[in-house]
Design a protein around this ligand. Structure first.
Ligand code: NDP
Length: 389
């Protein structure tokens, strides 16, 4: 029996992970910890169904409700960011990192310090502190498995290959709901329009990031950090059907493409069964029915997030942390209706320019405190810029 924990269990990735665990045969898994945010009813329901040892909410004010919902179940309860970090100290054979945003960094890092096998959906932790995260994994003989569909695809295409023969990595992008929109039209985009992803059912934040292509920007940086590949060898290809998730080009001119349905349970299932392959209940592709796979170059004028990602990779150091923090603030402001859609990229760019004046920005993230400090300053600065200060 394998033990597992799910951080961010009540989210979109968390639900898909839960679904796979629930479908597994009786006795296949033992659940150590489940964490969530404000969706207490769902967290409690999952904890009861999986007979978890521990359920943690990120918010102290949600603790009484969680305690009440799990009364008599034998599931321990806890609350707060510290309790989530401590949950990562409980040994588990497999850990899913699916908290959204930079809040996912601390538990992921803690799990790696404990030698975990970490299925990493939380791309923000690699963007903010890639060298720290991967270095911690190496130092503790821990394993990081990519869960983002593009990175899982690359990982699968690279299995058994000689890394020195890799010429380029191409990650695909659906283009999101605004793929063909002009900047003028995007200026009037509503929240509902930005969330309506054409292919994937995801959490609200990542859906909006897909519409602005900030999600792809994070993924380019994630690719650089995870696979340790020079940024000039990473390409983005717009592929509206979301069937090919990534391609790897080799030195003999061949390209390995990974195809799969737009269902995150494929990538999660791959990580769950790794290093083996196991059956995963996703729809099988009918390529004759799909009939056409199309590709086009991305438009960095309309989607400046892609250009910003290249600048961040060029500058490296603490720029990833500042980029992600500013992006999260810009996203909050768009969600709250305080800034129009295209303003998000301008806000991130302005924050990065002003953060670059910090003398430590070129230094690699050496400690968690350093990352959190840069993250906090970039958030303050982005909020001040958004409010016109
Ligand atoms: P969701 O918004 O659906 O879920 C986020 C989860 O994190 C929920 O469990 C939420 O709790 C919890 N949470 C929110 N804020 C905090 C906090 N401050 N501290 C602790 N927990 C918190 O996100 P997704 O599942 O869509 O995405 C999760 C991660 O996976 C993101 O990093 C995303 O970029 C990445 N990812 C997602 C994909 C997808 O298809 N959804 C694809 C590839 C990567 P609650 O809901 O109870 O408040």
């Amino acid at each position: 029996m394998r033990s597992l924990s799910i951080f961010g269990a009540t989210g979109s990735i968390g639900e898909s992970t839960y679904d796979l665990v629930r479908r597994a045969e009786e006795g296949a898994y033992r659940t150590v910890a489940l964490t969530g945010g404000r969706n207490i009813d769902r967290l409690a329901e999952m904890a009861r169904a999986l007979r978890a040892e521990l359920a943690v909410t990120a918010y102290e004010d949600c603790l009484p409700a969680l305690r009440e919902a799990l009364a008599g179940s034998g599931v321990e309860v806890a609350a707060g960011a510290q309790a989530i970090a401590e949950a990562a100290d409980r040994p588990a054979d497999w850990t899913m990192s699916a908290i959204v945003g930079a809040a996912g960094l601390v538990p992921g890092l803690r799990a790696l310090q404990n030698g975990a096998t970490l299925a990493l959906a939380n791309k923000e932790s690699l963007v903010t502190a890639g060298p720290l995260l991967m270095g911690t994994a190496r130092a503790n003989s821990a394993t990081v498995l990519p869960v983002d569909s593009e990175h899982s695809a690359i990982f699968q295409a690279l299995t058994g290959e000689d890394p020195s023969c890799v010429e380029r990595i191409i990650i695909t992008a659906s283009g999101g709901p605004f793929r063909d929109w002009s900047v003028e039209r995007m200026a009037g985009a509503t929240l509902a329009e930005a969330v309506a992803h054409p292919n994937w059912a995801m959490g609200q934040r990542i859906s909006i990031d897909s519409a602005s292509m900030f999600n792809k920007a994070l993924e380019i940086i994630e690719t650089r950090e995870f696979f340790d590949i020079d940024p000039s060898r990473i390409e983005v290809l717009v592929h509206p059907q979301s069937i090919v998730h990534a391609l790897v080009g080799f030195c003999d001119g061949g390209i390995m493409a990974h195809l799969g349905p737009a269902d995150m349970r494929h990538a999660i299932g791959y990580a769950l069964h790794w290093p083996d392959r196991g059956a995963v209940p996703v729809e099988r592709l009918d390529l004759a029915k799909i009939s056409t796979l199309s590709f086009q170059a991305p438009d960095e004028e309309r989607f400046p997030a892609l250009r910003l990602a290249r600048e961040v990779m060029e500058a490296r150091g603490m720029h990833g942390a500042a980029f992600n923090a500013a992006k999260e603030i810009a996203l909050d402001h768009f969600i709250d209706g305080r800034i129009p859609f295209p303003r998000m990229a301008a806000l991130v760019e302005e924050t990065l320019t002003r953060m670059s004046a910090r003398p430590d920005m070129a230094r690699a993230p050496s400690s968690l405190d350093h990352v959190l400090e840069v993250d906090a300053e970039a958030r303050r600065l982005a909020a001040a810029i958004a409010e016109g200060a």
